[in-house]
Design a protein around this ligand. Sequence first.
Ligand code: NAG
Ligand code: NAG
Ligand code: NAG
Ligand code: NAG
Ligand code: NAG
Ligand code: NAG
Length: 570
Amino acid sequence: MLLKWLLFSLCIMPALFSNTRRKCPAECQCSMDDLDRYQAICTKGGLNSLLSASELDIDVKVIIIRGPRNSITIGPALRQFMKLEILRITDSNLPAIGAESFWGLKYLRILDLSKNNITNITENNFRGQDNLIELDLSKNKILRMASSTFRHLTDLRRLNLADNSIVELVQRNFFMLSRLKYLDLSGNPLQDLQPDVFRDVSDLKVLKCRNCQLKKINPQLYNLLPLLSELDLGRNEFKFLEKDEFRDVKRLNKVLLDGNQLSVVVDQLFRMQKSLNHLDLSYNRLAKVPNDSFLQLTNLTFLDLSYNKLVRLEPQSVRGLGNLLALNISGNVLMDLMEMRDTFELIPQLTHLAIADMGPLPVGLLTPFKQLRYLNISGNSLDNMALQVIDPCRELEFLDLSRNQLYGINEDTALRIQGIRNVRLDNNPLICDECHMGKLINVVRQLQWKWDTYPICFLPKSLRGAEINNLDIGGLHTCLDYISDEEQNAASTSYNFLEHGGLNTLAILGGIIFVLIAVIILSLVACFSKNRARYYTREDHLNGSESNGQFARLQASGSGYLWALHSHTE
Ligand SMILES: *[C@@H]1O[C@H](CO)[C@@H](O)[C@H](O)[C@H]1NC(C)=O
Ligand SMILES: *[C@@H]1O[C@H](CO)[C@@H](O)[C@H](O)[C@H]1NC(C)=O
Ligand SMILES: *[C@@H]1O[C@H](CO)[C@@H](O)[C@H](O)[C@H]1NC(C)=O
Ligand SMILES: *[C@@H]1O[C@H](CO)[C@@H](O)[C@H](O)[C@H]1NC(C)=O
Ligand SMILES: *[C@@H]1O[C@H](CO)[C@@H](O)[C@H](O)[C@H]1NC(C)=O
Ligand SMILES: *[C@@H]1O[C@H](CO)[C@@H](O)[C@H](O)[C@H]1NC(C)=O
C-alpha cells in the first residue's frame, strides 16, 4: 500500500511541480502577461548567450531580451521554444539572423530584432514564417537586400526597416508581401523610390520615408498604392510638388512634408484629399499659400505651417477649412500679425493654436477664438501688458508663456491663470518678491492640480533657480524696487539663455569663444575674398550676403551675452 502510494506520488510530482514552479533563467524575470501567456523578460544586460531549454520552459510564449552590453548570436537553439508567439531581441549586438533560425516556430507573430548589428538579411532567415505579422529590423546596419528577401512572410502586415544604411531597393524587394499595411523606410539614404518596387505591396496603408534624401517621387508610385492613408516624407529634399502629385491617393488621411524645401503649395494640390485630416508643412520655405491651396480640405483638423517664410495667410486660403481644430503658424517671423485677424475670423472653431517665436501680438488678435483650449505664445517678448491678448479665450486648458519678457504676474493675470490646467512660464526673467510674484505664488499654492513645470525665479540672486511652489511666501521681500538698473538690464537680456534660472558661466564663456572664433573666421573670409574680389560672380555675392546676415545675427546675440556678463560683474 505504502509502496503504491509512493510510486503514485512520484509519478504525479513532476507534473505538479512543473505546473506550479516554472523554470526561469537567473538573468530574467518570468511571469504571465495580460493574455495569460508565460513570458520571460531579460533586460539586465550583459547576456552572452541565448537562453537554453534547461533554463527556461519550452512552452514559453513571449521572450524579450534587451541590452545593454549583450553579445548574442541566434541559431537553431531557438527552435525548441515551439510555442513562441513574440520574440524581441533588441540592443544585443546580434551580427546576423542565421539561416532558418526560426524554422518550426509556427506560432511566431512578432519578431523584433531592432537596434542590433545585422548587416545582411536573406530569404533563408525567414523560412517557415508564414504566420509572422510584424517584423522590426530598424536600427541595424543593413546595406542592401536581395530580391524576394521576404517572400516567406506571406502574412506580414508591418515591416520596419528604418534607420539602416539601405542605399537601394531592388526589383521585387517586397515580393509576396501582398498583405503588408505598414512600411517604414525612414532614415535610409535611398535617394529615390522606384515605383516598380511597390507593385507587390498594393495593400499598403502607411508609408514612411523620412530622411531618405528624396528629391522627388515618381507619381506612378502613388498609382500603385491607392489605399495609402498615411504618408510621411518629412526631412527630405523636395523643392516642388506637381499639381497632380497626389491625384491617385484619394484616401490620404495624414501627410507629413515637414523639413523639406518647398517654397509654394500649388493651388489644387490636395483637391482629391477629401479625407485628409492632418497636414504638416512646417520647416519648409513657404513664402505664400495661394488662395486655393487648401480649398477642398473640408476634413482637415490639423494644419502645421510653422517655421516657414510666410508673410501673410490670406482669409481666402483658409476658407475651406471648416473643420480645422489645430493651427500652428509659429516662427514665421516675417508675418504681419495685424492682418491675421481677418483670417482668424474664418476659423473661430480652433481649439489649438501655436503662435510662438513671432514677436509682439496685437491686442484683439485672439478675439475670434472663444473655444481655444491650447495656446502657445512662447518666445514673443510678451510683457504683462501684452498678456491682455489672451482675455477673449475663456476655455484655455494649456498656456505656454515661456521665453517671454515677464518680470512678474499681476493680479488680473494671476486670476486668469488660476483657471488654466497647465501653464508654462519658464525662461522669463521673473522677480520673486511679494509685489511681482506674490499673487501667482498664492494662486499656484491653492490649485487642485499640478503643473508640468513651475515658474523659476531669476531675481533676487539669492532665489535664482528656485521654483516658486517651493518658496516660503513669508520670507519674500515686499518689493525689490531697489533692484539696480544693471540687474534689471541683466534680467531683460537674460531670458533667451536662461535655463532653469541659473546663469551658466560655461554658456557665457562658450558664447564669448564662439564670437571670437566667428570674428576670426570672418576676418579670414574678408581677407580671402578681398584677394579674389576680381572673380566675384553674382552667385558668390548672393551667398556671401546671406551668410553675412547670419553672422550679424549671431554677433548680435553674442554681444547680448557679453553685455549681460559685463553688467553682471560690474
Ligand atoms: C558591428 O559590426 C561591424 C562590422 O559588421 C563591426 O565592425 C562592429 O564591431 C560591430 N559592432 C559591435 C558593437 O559588435
Ligand atoms: C550576404 O548574404 C548573401 C547570401 O547568403 C551572401 O552571398 C553575401 O556574401 C553576404 N554578404 C555579406 C556582406 O556577408
Ligand atoms: C470626414 O470626417 C468624418 C469624421 O471624421 C468622417 O465621418 C467622414 O467620412 C470624412 N469624410 C471623408 C470624405 O473622408
Ligand atoms: C486671392 O484673394 C484675394 C482676395 O480676394 C485677391 O485680392 C487676390 O488677388 C487673390 N489671389 C489670387 C492669386 O487669385
Ligand atoms: C505646432 O503646434 C501644434 C499644436 O498646436 C503641435 O502639435 C506641433 O508639434 C507644433 N509644430 C511644431 C513644428 O512645433
Ligand atoms: C511652444 O512652441 C515652442 C516653439 O515652437 C516650442 O518649442 C514649445 O515646445 C511649444 N510648447 C509646447 C508645450 O509644446
